[in-house]
Ligand binder design. Structure first.
Ligand code: HEC
Ligand code: HEC
Ligand code: HEC
Ligand code: HEC
Ligand code: HEC
Length: 193
């Protein structure tokens, strides 16, 4: 009698339990993939600043505001005085512009929430990519169409390496810039220094 019960547990219950565990794991793994990689992260910002309006409709160059993108490691977030080049006049009556002006006058930085981030133990340099003609959109998506910026691409080690190994599959204007482009490094110390 006891042996039969043991057999039943081993032959029927155990496989069923294992199957359920594996299935739950697999489903969770795939359904949370984007979230774990930060894809879709679109935090609410202190002001309703629209890239679609400024970079899309008004076609202000990305580097007018992100001045570090072709010069240094960080692209940089503009301070309020860059905005005030226009907003001392433009839309002064709007609450968000009044808030902006207040920050500017009190010299109080706007607390924009950071979206894209690699861990501290990773070395990433914007200028090394941007100066070779790799467009922002290859890594950040079509920011010109974004009312609020969110993360659209994965920033894992796998994602960096995929482009370093097969740039033609990840760089939209690859044909145009390839003559001046080396392959991105794959050795560990390039990104972990
Ligand atoms: C008028 C100034 C301005 C222009 C032009 C501009 N940006 Fe921005 N950008 C900002 C500000 C301010 C923030 C921070 C608030 C936010 O996330 O919307 C920002 C945030 C970002 C972020 C997210 C930063 C993070 O925390 O990860 C990306 C990516 C970005 N911009 C890319 C672009 C690209 C690409 C262009 C050109 C197509 C562009 N920006 C043009 C001002 C500007
Ligand atoms: C080159 C000029 C220029 C720069 C630089 C600029 N803006 Fe603007 N911005 C405008 C204009 C013009 C409008 C109004 C467009 C419209 O309503 O058609 C506007 C609209 C806005 C609005 C919407 C206001 C409303 O409620 O209608 C916000 C918020 C804003 N800008 C924030 C910013 C911030 C923050 C920065 C700096 C990171 C910035 N702008 C930089 C020209 C500029
Ligand atoms: C090869 C991929 C790649 C390209 C091309 C790229 N970025 Fe980035 N960007 C990143 C990564 C990775 C981070 C996170 C970096 C970190 O955490 O130090 C980031 C972060 C940012 C940030 C927030 C942090 C910072 O550096 O100030 C802004 C703003 C930004 N990028 C704007 C731009 C703009 C504008 C362009 C085009 C001129 C651009 N990026 C091109 C990969 C890229
Ligand atoms: C869309 C393609 C693309 C993506 C995504 C990308 N890279 Fe690169 N990267 C390149 C190319 C191409 C080069 C070589 C450019 C050259 O020198 O011609 C490069 C060069 C580099 C270099 C050597 C130059 C330097 O700064 O020392 C490092 C380090 C690097 N990438 C780190 C990263 C990291 C970290 C990530 C992910 C967060 C990343 N890259 C994502 C295309 C990419
Ligand atoms: C092109 C850039 C790049 C290269 C080359 C690279 N890494 Fe990474 N690595 C990253 C990035 C970005 C992260 C952080 C994101 C992540 O965890 O995927 C990372 C994370 C890691 C982590 C932490 C993983 C975790 O889950 O926290 C380890 C360990 C690591 N790398 C080891 C290596 C080793 C070993 C090599 C050489 C065989 C290497 N890396 C080459 C970009 C790179």
């Amino acid at each position: 009698m006891e042996k039969q019960l043991l057999d039943y547990n081993l032959k029927v219950r155990l496989p069923v339990i294992l199957f359920v565990i594996i299935a739950v794991f697999a489903v969770t793994y795939y359904t949370t993939y984007a979230e774990r990689n930060g894809i879709g992260y679109t935090p609410e910002q202190p002001l309703k600043f629209s890239h679609k309006l400024h970079a899309g409709t008004m076609q202000i160059d990305c580097k007018y505001c992100h001045t570090g993108a072709d010069k240094s490691r960080n692209a940089g977030i503009p301070s309020a005085d860059v905005c005030m080049n226009c907003h001392t006049l433009a839309r002064k009556d709007r609450p968000d512009i009044q808030k902006l002006t207040e920050h500017y006058e009190k010299n109080k930085p706007l607390e924009w929430k950071r979206i894209h981030k690699v861990p501290d133990f990773v070395y990433f340099n914007h200028s090394a990519h941007v100066n070779k003609g790799i467009d922002c959109a290859n890594c950040h998506g079509d920011v010109k169409q974004m009312e609020t910026v969110g993360q659209t691409n994965s920033f894992t080690m796998g994602a960096c390496l995929t482009c370093h190994r097969k740039p033609e599959t990840r760089i939209s204007n690859f044909e145009e810039i390839k003559s001046n482009l080396k392959k991105g490094p794959e050795y560990c110390a390039a990104c972990h220094r």
